[in-house]
Design a protein around this ligand. Structure first.
Ligand code: NAD
Length: 321
């Protein structure tokens, strides 16, 4: 039986990944600083620990592991990443986690590691046109991410690649583009745009209005969680190192996204655009590289995943969870 460690198992993507690894027949150890908020993590062993602490990392990365999935990071949506207030924490905490994890992987002889990078590594100047942003993998350099979160991810990509070169560790790196779904953070300040807009729509009475940050013309693409997990598993089982985008090419403006959610809710709501942290003007995954190497592309349109996510967030609100 293959053994895996999932760092960040108490988080949104980490919880789903643990469950998928279990379905695939793995024995799984999860580690996180907190339990999974929605109890969506069926690890064989779950350890509460701070991965900034080298002693904790030493105790969870054991010699008998076949694979490590490193998803732990200090992260959140635009309200957390783009205000500048959390920059030092984001850089220090996430970089320390990655340094500790890699050092232990090397010392314990673990052969294979997955690292979750982000679309936020792409240069700001390639994402100025909302109609035509470029996130092709080899446009990452010359680098100019628009946030410290992106710079830390870029540094850590390079860290993982250098451990691969110097110590022969098999590294797989994905750049996630806005992953969403049920059992993701939907309130509290760290939620991302899809969950935040679903929450605003669900909380607003018919005939009311919701506030959307920016002019609403900024564009994004969003990927449903099940599709993301499938792509991660394919990447890990392949001989392809990456970095490679895992995202959707279905681009939508934020106001059109809000209209989509309003339509799903069956309510009649208006949109008020207000100033707020909004990030780059346009962003969409480019899937040519992953299609070529892994024969993977999303299987469903955005609307299907949003229907499920809206229903789940609406239920959280109406049942007072
Ligand atoms: P998440 O915040 O739900 O999960 C991250 C987990 O890391 C959290 O449970 C958190 O408690 C844990 N963590 C943070 N600091 C820790 C520490 N010091 N010790 C132990 N655990 C710690 O986020 P997610 O959406 O599941 O994202 C998972 C990974 O994917 C992250 O690395 C994130 O940067 C990356 N990513 C996510 C998206 C997305 O759209 N969700 C997009 C790009 C990249």
């Amino acid at each position: 039986m293959r053994k895996a460690l999932v760092c960040g198992a108490g988080g949104f993507i980490g919880g789903y990944l643990v469950n998928r690894l279990k379905e695939d027949g793995y024995w799984v150890r999860g580690v996180d600083i907190k339990h999974n908020e929605f109890d969506n993590c069926n690890a064989d062993e779950f350890i509460i620990g701070d991965l900034r602490n080298p002693t904790v990392v030493d105790s969870v990365v054991s010699e008998d592991l076949d694979e490590v999935y490193q998803l732990a990071a200090d992260m959140g949506g635009a309200g957390f990443v783009f205000t500048g207030e959390n920059d030092a924490d984001i850089m220090h905490n996430s970089a320390t986690i990655n340094l500790n994890v890699l050092d232990n992987i090397r010392r314990k002889g673990v052969k294979k590691v997955f690292y979750s990078s982000s679309a936020c590594i792409y240069p700001e100047f390639n994402q100025a046109d909302p109609e035509n942003p470029s996130c092709v993998e080899d446009t990452a350099y010359p680098a100019q991410p628009d946030s410290e979160y992106g710079w830390e991810k870029l540094f850590s990509e390079r860290l993982y690649l250098s451990y691969s070169r110097n110590f022969g560790i098999k590294v797989r790196i994905a750049r996630f583009h806005n992953i969403f779904g049920p059992m993701g953070t939907w309130q509290g300040g760290r939620e991302k745009a899809p969950a935040a807009i679903c929450r605003k729509v669900a909380e607003t009475k018919d005939g009311g209005s919701i506030e959307v940050w920016g002019d609403g013309k900024q564009t994004r693409s969003f990927l449903y969680i099940d599709e993301c997990i499938e792509a991660v598993r394919r990447l890990m089982d392949s001989d392809f190192t990456g970095p490679v985008n895992i995202g959707s090419e279905e681009m939508i403006s934020i106001n059109d996204f809000a209209k989509l959610v309003i339509g799903i809710s069956g309510k009649s709501l208006s949109i008020i655009n207000i100033p707020g942290p909004e990030g780059v003007r346009g962003r969409r995954s480019d899937n040519a590289l992953i299609l070529e190497n892994l024969r993977w592309a999303p299987s469903q349109p955005l609307r299907i995943g949003i229907e499920k996510t809206y229903a789940w967030i609406n239920n959280q609100i109406t049942t007072g969870k």
